[in-house]
Structure formats: structure tokens, C-alpha cells
Design a protein around this ligand. Structure first.
Ligand code: PLP
Length: 372
């Protein structure tokens, strides 16, 4: 079986702890602040730079809750269209940008560098706006010697998306103006004590490890917890944002201290290549990226298919849990034909796990079983 996330316990038992995350950050970034979530980091990074009533341009292909930190600061979150290759639609940005635009955000989707970045940066500079480098998906991706997330005036990355931790994100302040005007809130930094959520996370990790050994038990417990057959209810974006306005947990910081980014990057890249070998030979399922550039640490293996539900069902039959379409868009996007490209992508892009606790041979085995 291929699980959707790495295990806290596989981590603690086998990680060789060759280099520290602090050293990695020191090498690539100047000023960093830890948070519980990328959204909390975005809020604090911008707080000293903007006035209520201004607007921020963000790509339409984005999870709904990512607009919330901007709303929290009294800003309008104004979506711009993107192209099929995930590059920003510069003409659309120019149509929407105005004197009240404080910042424009780019996204390194799935840990890959934002396509079309050079032209995007020229445009943002021309209009004298801050550039937010959203690198939620790629904490360990280095592109031509630069850590993704450190290219804009400010950037964020979400450690919890790659590591077996309850929460954790980083704010990168990449220019002096941003550092000088930084206003860290009560949820900046690392919690000084182990909390109930840390304990829940550990218990849940134990349970998931036990259950993954027995798929039948796992299914019945999952059914029980989620209300058998009914989709679990998901809080609205504003509530999810409020819940994520916390410091990085003590458990997270303990695990993160000893993380070895290059070992994680190597194993994620091997798993990415294993999926690639399978889907290169499959019709109607196209890998989203043509190549895996050096230094890139993929968050997932994203593919595009006109039949996403069929693909997910077939993968589940082969023991792959946690594949899903990405992301849940805001209704502002889905209801506006100007964002048709993003809406189609969100319907057709399926992401598959490549995390560091998968052995590439188990992905090869999925290839042997897949009926497509
Ligand atoms: C592109 C992107 N940016 C920002 C975020 C927010 O990160 P976090 O969930 O750590 O707040 C997400 C979360 O899914 C994301 O996908």
C-alpha cells in the first residue's frame, strides 16, 4: 500500500540526521520567522507593508483559504488568470493591477519554479508592487542555487506539507524594507510547550501506522470516523484560517531541527521518476511538468487527465491512498468564466504521493497492476 503522507515514526527511527535545517536555511535565506502555517506567515509578512483598502493580486489556481490572510488585513484579494502551463497571464494582471495594488503573488506549484517568472517580475517591478513568492509546496526546492520562496520581496513555505509534523511554516523576508517593517504577531515563532494538538498528532500517527498494516481495519475505522459513506464536513475557509493562526508547534520544531533536506529531496525525486516511468506509457494521463530540473524537490507527482475519478478509483484499487484532485477553488473563481483555465485544471489535475517513506519499488508494483 502507498500511504499519502510520511510517518512520524519512520522518521524518528531511521533518519540519519546528517545536516541541520538551520544550516540549510542559513545557507539560502537571510531573515526567517517560523509560524504554524503558511497563511499565518503571509499575514504577518504583509502586515507592515499594506494599508486596509488596498488590493493584492493572487493567481486563480489557488486553494480557497489562501485569500483569507489578505481579507484579515482589510485587503481585497483579487484573482488573476493563469495559463495552461501554470504561468501567470500577464495581460490579465495588467488589466487588474491599479494604484491600490500593494503586492502581486506568484506560486511555485508542487515545488517547481513558477513558469514565466522573469516577465512576471519585470511587470511587478514596473508597477512598483511587492512580490510575494508563495512556495508553500517546495520547502527544499533549489533552482539554480536559489531556494524557492526567497525570490520575491517576501516568501513563505509550508514545512508540514513535506514532513510528518502537526504544523510548521517559514516566512522569508528577502529585502531590507520588508525586514524593517516586519510586525510579528502573537503567532510568530515556536510554541514554548508541548500542546494538546501535539499529543493528538502523535496519537493519530500511531493509529495511522497501526491501521496501514491492515487495509480492511483501516477502511472500517475510516468509515466510522467519517460517518460511513458521507463526505467529512470541511470548515469554511475563514474558520480554517483562524485555526491555522498559531505558532509552530514544539513537536514540529523538534522534528524539523534535524531534517536532512538533501536526503528528502533525493528520495522524493526517485519516487517522482518512478511515477513518471508508469505514466509515460499511459494514454490520457499527462504529467503536468515536462522535466524534473536539478535541485527541485517535488511535493507530489501531478498529472492531468480528462477522467480524474476513474484514475483515482484505479489507483485506489492498486493500493494508492491519498491521491486527489487539486485544489478546492474559491467560488469567486469557479463562478467566473474569466478563470476557466484554473477551473479546468482544478477538475483535471490529480496529485500522487512521492513522499520520502515510499520505496520506488512499490510505485513500480502499482505500474504492474494498473489497468488503464
Ligand atoms: C499554493 C499555496 N499557498 C499557500 C498555502 C497555505 O499554506 P498553509 O496551509 O501552510 O497555510 C497553500 C496550502 O495549501 C497552498 O497550496
Amino acid at each position: 500500500m502507498i500511504r499519502d503522507a510520511p510517518s512520524l515514526f519512520v522518521w524518528s527511527l531511521s533518519e540519519q540526521r546528517l545536516s541541520s535545517f538551520d544550516a540549510f536555511l542559513e545557507h539560502y535565506a537571510t531573515t526567517v520567522v517560523f509560524y504554524g502555517s503558511g497563511k499565518a506567515a503571509l499575514r504577518d509578512g504583509l502586515a507592515g507593508l499594506v494599508e486596509p483598502g488596498q488590493n493584492v493580486l493572487i493567481p486563480a489556481y489557488l486553494p480557497d483559504a489562501v485569500a483569507e490572510p489578505f481579507h484579515d488585513l482589510g485587503l481585497e484579494a483579487r484573482y488573476y488568470a493563469i495559463q495552461e502551463n501554470l504561468a501567470p497571464d500577464l495581460a490579465d494582471i495588467e488589466r487588474r493591477i491599479d494604484d491600490e495594488t500593494a503586492a502581486v503573488m506568484s506560486v511555485n506549484y508542487f515545488g517547481f519554479p513558477q513558469p514565466g517568472l522573469e516577465e512576471f517580475v519585470s511587470l511587478v517591478d514596473e508597477y512598483d508592487c511587492y512580490h510575494i513568492d508563495d512556495n508553500a509546496h517546495g520547502p527544499f526546492s533549489v533552482d539554480n542555487g536559489t531556494l524557492l520562496g526567497t525570490r520575491g520581496s517576501l516568501g513563505v513555505t509550508s514545512l508540514w506539507k513535506l514532513l510528518p509534523i502537526p504544523n510548521g511554516a517559514v516566512l522569508y523576508c528577502n529585502d531590507d524594507d520588508v525586514v524593517d517593517r516586519l510586525e510579528p504577531s502573537s503567532f510568530a515563532g515556536v510554541s514554548d510547550r508541548v500542546t494538546v494538538s501535539d499529543c493528538h498528532f502523535v496519537l493519530k500517527s500511531v493509529l495511522v501506522d497501526l491501521l496501514s498494516a491492515n487495509p480492511t481495519v483501516r477502511r472500517s475505522v475510516t468509515d466510522l470516523v467519517t460517518g460511513r459513506g458521507r463526505a467529512p464536513s470541511i470548515p469554511n475557509p475563514a474558520d480554517r484560517y483562524e485555526a491555522d493562526k498559531v505558532p509552530m508547534s514544539k513537536l514540529s520544531s523538534h522534528v524539523v531541527e534535524d531534517v536532512n533536506p538533501s536526503a528528502i529531496r533525493d528520495s522524493r525525486r526517485s519516487n517522482y521518476r518512478a511515477w513518471r516511468r508508469i505514466f509515460d506509457a499511459v494514454d490520457d494521463v499527462e504529467p503536468l511538468f515536462e522535466s524534473l530540473p536539478r535541485g527541485i524537490c517535488p511535493q507530489v507527482f501531478p498529472v492531468r487527465t480528462p477522467t480524474p475519478q476513474r484514475l483515482l478509483a484505479e489507483l485506489e484499487r492498486c493500493g494508492v491512498t491519498g491521491g486527489h484532485t487539486w485544489p478546492r477553488l474559491s467560488s469567486t473563481v469557479t463562478e467566473d468564466p474569466a478563470y476557466e483555465v484554473s477551473t479546468n485544471l482544478a477538475r483535471e489535475v490529480v496529485v500522487l504521493p512521492v513522499h520520502q517513506h515510499i520505496d520506488p519499488s512499490s510505485i513500480d508494483a502499482v505500474g504492474d497492476r494498473l489497468r488503464w
